[in-house]
Design a protein around this ligand. Structure first.
Ligand code: SAH
Length: 391
């Protein structure tokens, strides 16, 4: 594995909030494409500049991933300076790049206020290049098996900070001559549907401005019902993945605490609406943890739950996180579990762990933050006896 520290390729200069911070400055990376176009046209009109200048700026932003107005070299210097006076272009800096033995690349991004998030580039043998991005700094969902949950919640990302992971990664790939990103998955740090405003805008931007087909973008959620319904109502065909991890409420609430807020029957109701709205295939993710949720009767039960949908089950061998001695299910158990789903005619794949050596695999992203077991984990690990009140 290789490690490059404090590389500046992702964005020269200091964070924008230090450079020039004012409430009037609009963040050009977070607003929707039409609004950006309108504001830029008004800006240039006010300066007596031709209206095609707006198009020039947008192409630098959305096609060439400019990180600073100083890069817009086909604009007069005075116009570059005026843009920097009027707008913000808060590109995160690429603080670290780590490369796994399997070709996976993890980036650590430093945001304008110093907050850190990670994204992961995952090349596949068939030529696809998937980018896994974060939607929040940390996460409040406290799933007991996930390092991001163990690292706690810090703040929401803006739409610009979400798409910047795409911009920065695309730029890094192009500079290295390593091809283009074919797919984006919201499977990094955070719960995307707990940051709906920014995530919905980021989806519009990725699809409408940065040119990624909606079917190539997957939102993965722990099961936030209002967010699923909002996605269902969108006209684009964004893909949905559900982190299910258990086929019944009783087991699920022990490992995915949000089950208490959005219980399985309600979640399934939302998925019916999602399916009815567009006939899109739903992916169910199921992390396989030895002795926790991998008993074979659960596979039959799972088939019963997902069988009504046009679905696909992704079995994810548990990726170990520091402080938790759980183990992934054995390869044999993974095969048996998958075989039962197949018997029930449920399409299933076993996800190959990628980037484990650089802590870039599913559930391992923590952006250098300390890990502390979340309360639901401690409750789960505490034996029944010691939990019962003394009588
Ligand atoms: N919050 C969103 C997206 C982030 S997690 C969600 O829950 O879907 C992306 C996937 O990795 C989820 O399915 C998550 O449950 C899974 N995951 C989390 N921790 C893991 C671990 N330690 N090993 C394997 N998969 C894990």
């Amino acid at each position: 594995m290789e490690r490059i520290d404090e590389d500046r390729v992702g964005g020269p200069g200091e964070p924008p909030s230090l450079r020039r911070g004012s409430a009037e400055h609009v963040d050009l990376l977070s607003i929707l494409p039409e609004e950006a176009a309108a504001r830029l046209r008004a800006h240039f009109a006010g300066r007596g500049q031709p209206s095609y200048r707006a198009g020039q700026v947008l192409s630098w932003l959305h096609e060439r991933d400019a990180m600073d107005f100083s890069e817009l070299t086909d604009l007069p210097a005075a116009e570059r300076a005026a843009l920097a006076e009027a707008f913000l272009l808060p590109a995160p800096t690429r603080a670290r790049e780590e490369r796994s033995n399997d070709g996976t690349v993890k980036h650590l991004w430093r945001l304008a206020d110093g907050e850190l998030v990670e994204s992961v580039l995952i090349p596949a043998a068939d030529g696809r290049m998937t980018l896994c991005i974060s939607s929040q700094a940390g996460c409040a969902m406290a799933c007991v098996f996930c390092a991001t949950g163990w690292s706690g919640y810090r703040r929401q990302l803006t739409a610009g900070e979400i798409v910047s992971q795409y911009r920065g990664s695309r730029r890094a790939l192009r500079e290295a001559g390593r091809g283009e990103i074919s797919n984006v998955v919201f499977m990094g740090m955070g719960e995307p549907l707990m940051n709906r405003g920014a995530v919905m805008a980021a989806l519009t931007l990725l699809n409408g401005a940065y040119g990624l087909g909606a079917r190539r973008v997957t939102v993965s959620t722990v099961g936030i019902v209002p967010g699923i319904l909002e996605l269902a109502a969108r006209p684009e065909q964004f893909r949905l993945a559900i982190s299910l991890h258990a086929p019944n409420s009783e087991l699920r609430r022990k490992i995915v605490p949000v089950e208490k807020k959005y219980p399985l029957p309600e979640l399934l109701g939302a998925l019916r609406e999602f399916e009815a709205a567009g006939g899109r295939r739903i992916t169910f993710e199921y992390v396989m943890i030895q002795g926790v949720n991998d008993a074979l009767p659960l596979a039959h039960e799972l088939a019963g739950v997902v069988g009504e949908f046009q679905s696909h089950v992704n079995l994810i061998p548990y990726n170990p996180i520091p402080g938790n001695d759980w183990r992934p299910s054995s390869p044999m158990r993974l095969r048996e579990f998958a075989a039962i789903l197949e018997e029930h005619r449920v399409p299933v794949t076993v996800r190959t762990p990628r980037g484990r050596d650089i802590a870039a695999a599913c559930g391992q992203l923590a952006a250098d933050h300390a890990l502390r077991p979340p309360k639901p984990f401690l409750e789960l690990k505490m034996p029944e006896r010691s939990r019962a009140p003394a009588s």
